[in-house]
Design a protein around this ligand. Structure first.
Ligand SMILES: *[C@@H]1O[C@H](CO)[C@@H](O)[C@H](O)[C@H]1NC(C)=O
Ligand SMILES: *[C@@H]1O[C@H](CO)[C@@H](O)[C@H](O)[C@H]1NC(C)=O
Ligand SMILES: *[C@@H]1O[C@H](CO)[C@@H](O)[C@H](O)[C@H]1NC(C)=O
Ligand SMILES: *[C@@H]1O[C@H](CO)[C@@H](O)[C@H](O)[C@H]1NC(C)=O
Ligand SMILES: *[C@@H]1O[C@H](CO)[C@@H](O)[C@H](O)[C@H]1NC(C)=O
Ligand SMILES: *[C@@H]1O[C@H](CO)[C@@H](O)[C@H](O)[C@H]1NC(C)=O
Ligand SMILES: *[C@@H]1O[C@H](CO)[C@@H](O)[C@H](O)[C@H]1NC(C)=O
Ligand SMILES: *[C@@H]1O[C@H](CO)[C@@H](O)[C@H](O)[C@H]1NC(C)=O
Ligand SMILES: *[C@@H]1O[C@H](CO)[C@@H](O)[C@H](O)[C@H]1NC(C)=O
Length: 366
């Protein structure tokens, strides 16, 4: 595990030095950096050797938990990662906030583990911003190079119900399902500061649990081509970011977030879960039906459903993302490692992704 110890002298003239254990993400000496994306079950780790695990939302099904022990599930979820000394970073999903379960509790429980890189960089105002909004820099294999080579952005797409709250009728109170504009403002400011500080456009990836509406517009508009966007496409129409009423009609709640994504130079791809029956990636490079935002070529991907909780029996898997320091920004390799050990939907996200011809994936169930 890439733990380095920084000895920091605290205060002028003070003899004592405080040792801070600071995990640093970096490309391996091979020039590669691999990310494995899970929702809530961990396997395939004996085959893949990721530098980071992303737990991309819906860690726990909060509807079925008890207040007195709901966050104990975190210990079970991370046990295999702790066992293998893997570092992880989480986003929280719509099932992670319920009457008996709160994101803050999950976060606090996660932070008992030094392997958790999850952070909360946007102060939470009521339920408007969520908890898991932050970024992680990934550094070069060259330890003298202090410019981050990639930035990993994590966003909280919220959802679920308020913790221990009921309305006048005794009903639970729903939380909106989209990345809030307060978070978008934090993102664009932090992004511009990072690029200014390092005087370069740093390539990036983004992770958030619920997909943006552009994925629905693509699915319902041009449509998913099984050779060009290989993947399962069974959740049709897919469920996208929006208000808490769960309507499929586009009302623009995630528009500020989508605008910020397409305006982010160097953003290579985004990754979402939520729709267990979809695992394709598409390149957003035009204006989609009913949307007045033009994609800039960013690739929007689904993860593969990993957990045994939640709906659906599609063969469980984990999306793998392989970055290479030498080709960063021009290509990203990605594939789904299935529970049975084989691979599904291996593609190269490069300038011709969307035109390149791939074999159709098998739609298998367990
Ligand atoms: C580097 O590449 C070699 C050969 O492909 C492989 O055996 C090794 O595990 C890789 N090391 C890391 C840290 O990825
Ligand atoms: C919340 O948890 C308590 C016990 O900790 C349990 O009695 C109650 O039924 C749970 N409520 C819901 C809505 O799940
Ligand atoms: C929480 O408590 C309930 C009963 O009180 C039990 O059935 C359940 O297994 C517990 N969950 C965990 C994660 O310990
Ligand atoms: C990891 O799990 C294996 C199998 O359960 C166990 O034998 C081993 O001691 C664990 N290692 C650590 C570091 O916890
Ligand atoms: C490592 O980075 C430093 C600082 O950017 C640079 O001067 C040096 O040439 C780099 N080394 C290699 C082998 O690229
Ligand atoms: C920033 O980068 C540009 C283009 O690479 C270069 O011309 C300029 O001198 C750099 N500015 C600073 C302050 O390093
Ligand atoms: C993109 O990757 C695919 C799959 O490896 C390849 O066939 C295609 O030639 C690549 N495109 C470019 C521009 O390199
Ligand atoms: C968008 O990408 C597709 C597939 O790569 C390509 O066929 C199309 O020409 C591109 N459109 C624009 C406007 O760049
Ligand atoms: C993966 O391997 C299993 C067992 O060999 C096979 O049944 C299944 O069809 C394969 N799945 C895919 C998507 O190739």
């Amino acid at each position: 595990m890439a733990l380095i110890f920084l000895a920091l002298a605290v205060g002028v003239g003070r003899a004592m030095a405080l040792a801070i254990r600071e995990p640093i993400l970096r490309f391996t000496d091979n020039g590669t950096f691999q990310i494995a994306v899970f929702s809530d079950l961990h396997y395939g780790e004996d085959i893949e050797h990721p530098q980071l695990v992303v737990i991309n939302g819906d860690l726990i099904t909060g509807e079925n938990t008890y207040k007195h022990n709901s966050s104990d599930y975190v210990d079970r979820i991370v046990a295999p990662l702790v066992n293998r000394s893997l570092l992880w970073a989480s986003t929280y999903g719509n099932h992670d906030s319920e009457f008996n379960l709160s994101r803050q509790e999950i976060f606090a429980r996660e932070k008992r583990y030094p392997n958790s890189l999850t952070q909360s960089m946007v102060p939470m105002h009521s339920y408007s911003s969520g908890v898991s909004n932050y970024y992680l820099p990934v550094y070069s294999a060259n330890k003298s190079d202090m410019t981050p080579k990639a930035i990993l952005w994590f966003f909280d797409s919220r959802g679920g119900n308020e913790f221990q709250t009921v309305d006048e009728d005794g009903k639970v109170v729903a939380i909106n399902n989209y990345v809030d504009s307060s978070v978008v403002n934090w993102f664009t400011t932090a992004r511009d500061k990072l690029n200014d500080l390092h005087n370069t456009t740093i390539p990036s990836l983004a992770f958030f649990h619920i997909p943006v509406t552009a994925m629905l517009a693509f699915q319902q508009g041009p449509g998913v081509n099984p050779h060009k966007e290989p993947g399962i496409n069974d959740d049709d129409p897919l469920d996208e970011q929006g208000p808490s009423d769960g309507s499929f009609n586009y009302k623009g709640q995630d528009k500020p977030f989508m605008k910020a994504l397409v305006e982010t130079k160097g953003l290579m791809a985004t990754f979402s879960g939520h729709d267990h029956g979809d695992d394709w990636c598409f390149k957003w490079n035009k204006t989609l039906p009913e949307m007045d935002i033009k994609g800039d070529g960013v690739v929007l991907c689904f993860d593969r459903h990993s957990g045994y909780g939640g709906y659906g029996t599609w063969t469980r898997g984990s999306r793998q993302i392989l970055l290479d320091e030498r080709t960063l920004g021009s290509q990203t390799e990605t594939w789904v490692r299935l529970e049975q050990g084989n691979i599904s939907g291996a593609v190269v996200l490069n300038s011709t992704y969307g035109e390149d011809y791939y074999p159709v994936v098998l739609d298998t169930h367990t």
